[in-house]
Design a protein around this ligand. Structure first.
Ligand code: MRU
Length: 345
């Protein structure tokens, strides 16, 4: 089954509800920027590129919704839609990248009729969607060359089809290696507290019959010390101009362990995830999510009542721990500020 994380259907956006996968597979429909923003905030859709694509459709939906109103209200409504989407989640830069691109399209056609504007914005959202799949396929084939036949690849969180418009970034590398005829097996970190590894990565791999073994996050060091991991491949939510990588909480721990055990640590990274405006990882905004996620899972809470809780959703892996960034333009070994500048010049 091909995973369609988001799809345009009869004038609305449909998104798989990733909060309830894999027990239940169902789509929700979205018809406004506010509704899409809520879908992003509540994690119906998650993963940096998928959030960006959803936001682009959110803008297009808002234009469509506002068609009936007067010209001045259209402008105001659109600006409000952009702002609401920008406030949905702070860390994944793809959200802001997609909104900036949509704003540029809007400004370039703002003298045209509202109907024309709405059509152009929908076309731009479709373009961002299609481009994301092309990018993932390109970086997937670059990354596949780094994996030897028979490699056992550890991944953290979900950087798969569910986190993108399709194919995935980290899982895109794995999919491309499998498509190239290599035997690859995956070790999926559970990824507490939201369980993207156990619920989403494991599900994607099982669907495609790519061998996958689930471990809890605290087992990664043991597996590495026993020589059971050949490479780590993860995705990212934002890479700073010096190559520091923000990704799901726990990624930093995996990177430190990988270095200790001389295991390559690769980051699959579309260029839209690199934020050249942020000098280093310490300036990347880190989302702090609700304490309930750490207390237990869904309605079942096992933590002692009254305990204080922290729930940072992302961490920063310093560039020096990154063996390579895998981008659609090729592989950047030992990323640093100079190499990233060159990538955009
Ligand atoms: O909180 P999430 O599930 O949105 O976090 C997702 C991640 O950290 C992914 O690894 C990252 O967005 C890359 S997805 C291609």
């Amino acid at each position: 089954m091909k995973v369609e994380t988001l799809r345009w259907s009869d004038g609305v956006l449909e998104m798989i509800d990733q909060r309830i996968l894999p027990a239940t597979f169902m789509y929700f429909q979205y018809d406004s920027a506010a509704a899409v923003a809520e879908g992003i905030r509540s994690m119906v859709v998650r993963g940096a590129p998928a959030i960006g694509v959803a936001a682009a459709y959110g803008v297009a939906l808002e234009a469509q919704r506002l068609l009936a109103v007067a010209d001045e209200s259209f402008q105001r409504g659109m600006n409000e839609g952009f702002n609401t989407l920008a406030q949905s989640r702070p860390t994944a830069v793809n959200l802001f990248w997609a909104l900036a691109r949509m704003k540029q399209v809007w400004k370039s056609v703002s003298s045209e009729s509202n109907m024309q504007v709405a059509m152009r914005l929908l076309a731009a959202a479709h373009e961002i969607f299609a481009e994301d799949i092309r990018i993932n396929r390109a970086l997937g084939s670059h990354g596949a060359e780094l994996l030897r036949d028979g490699a056992r690849v550890l991944t953290h969180c979900n950087a798969g089809a569910l986190a993108t418009a399709g194919h995935g970034t980290a899982l895109g590398v794995i999919r491309s290696a499998v498509e190239a005829g290599k035997k690859i097996s995956v070790i999926a970190d559970e990824t507490r507290p939201f369980l993207q590894g156990a619920r989403l990565t494991a599900w994607e791999m099982v669907q495609e019959k790519i061998p996958v073994t689930l471990i809890t996050d605290n087992m990664a060091g043991f597996m590495m010390s026993r020589g059971e991991v050949d490479a780590v491949v993860v995705g990212t939510d934002r890479v700073a101009a010096n190559g520091d990588v923000a990704n799901k909480i726990g990624t930093y721990m995996v990177a430190v362990l990988a270095q200790r055990h001389h295991i390559p640590f690769y980051v699959a990274c579309p260029l839209s995830t690199i934020d050249m405006a942020i000098a280093s990882g310490k300036d990347i905004p880190i989302e702090e999510r609700h304490a309930d996620e750490v207390k237990g899972f869904r309605d079942f809470h096992w933590a002692a009542q009254g305990v204080q809780i922290r729930n940072p959703s992302f961490d920063i892996t310093p560039a020096e721990l990154v063996t390579a960034l895998i981008t659609e333009k090729g592989v950047i070994h030992q990323p640093d500020a100079r190499k990233l500048r060159a990538l955009f010049s």
